[in-house]
Write a protein that binds this ligand. Structure first.
Ligand SMILES: CC(C)(COP(=O)(O)OP(=O)(O)OC[C@H]1O[C@@H](n2cnc3c(N)ncnc32)[C@H](O)[C@@H]1OP(=O)(O)O)[C@@H](O)C(=O)NCCC(=O)NCCS
Length: 165
């Protein structure tokens, strides 16, 4: 059974591995390490049989959440894990006060564009020459205002609500 949980410092190596596998311009380990310690950042990892196969990073920016990164290891794609990570990140950012989530995605990243569109994200802008190779970014946003609040959970260090675990 896949489960999503909050990232811990010990997850650094796995997250670096995923960034290297999934992105042409991966985040440097120092930035991931910083995000793991930062109170304004949320890192979630997705595990299958105890192995980390995906992760997502987000940041709270006032009343907005910013999805910074999301990826799933190639051999575990198209099994709903990306969608699961995205939903869990939205719930975490909402708990931290986000009324909406926004993100940038490469204009040629059809898999991610399709994931976001099917999860309710809509195009909010386009930034030419955003990526190093000159590819434009599509800015997408989604309001979280109508998202159902989670029932209160007992405090636990790094666990998400049971339906996500
Ligand atoms: C984008 C990514 C995270 C999706 O992860 P995933 O676990 O494969 O996604 P899911 O299985 O949850 O798919 C959810 C939906 O996304 C869309 N989708 C995912 N992969 C797709 C693909 N290759 N082609 C078209 N649509 C795709 C579909 O709408 C899919 O729903 P469906 O399976 O019911 O058709 C994954 O492809 C990835 O890690 N890509 C590399 C990193 C990346 O580009 N991240 C996004 C940066 S903005």
């Amino acid at each position: 059974m896949p489960r999503v949980r909050r990232g811990r410092r010990e997850d650094l190596e796995d997250i670096v591995r995923l960034e290297l596998e999934c992105f042409a311009s991966p985040y440097p380990p120092a930035f991931i390490s910083y995000m793991l310690k930062s109170s304004t950042h949320t890192l979630l990892v997705c595990e299958v049989s105890g192995v980390t196969v995906g992760y997502a990073a987000g940041r709270i920016e006032g009343s907005r959440g910013h999805l910074l990164s999301i990826c799933v290891s190639k051999r575990h794609r198209r099994r709903g894990l990306g969608r699961m990570l995205l939903k869990a990140m939205e719930e975490e950012l909402k708990k931290k006060g986000a009324e909406e989530v926004y993100l940038e995605v490469r204009e040629d990243n059809h898999a991610a564009l399709s994931l976001y569109a099917s999860a309710g994200y809509r195009q909010a802008g386009r930034i030419p020459w955003y990526y190093e190779d000159g590819c434009p970014a599509i800015v997408m946003r989604k309001s979280l205002k109508r998202m159902q609040a989670e029932p209160p959970q007992p405090p636990q260090a790094d666990r998400l609500p049971p339906h996500l675990a």
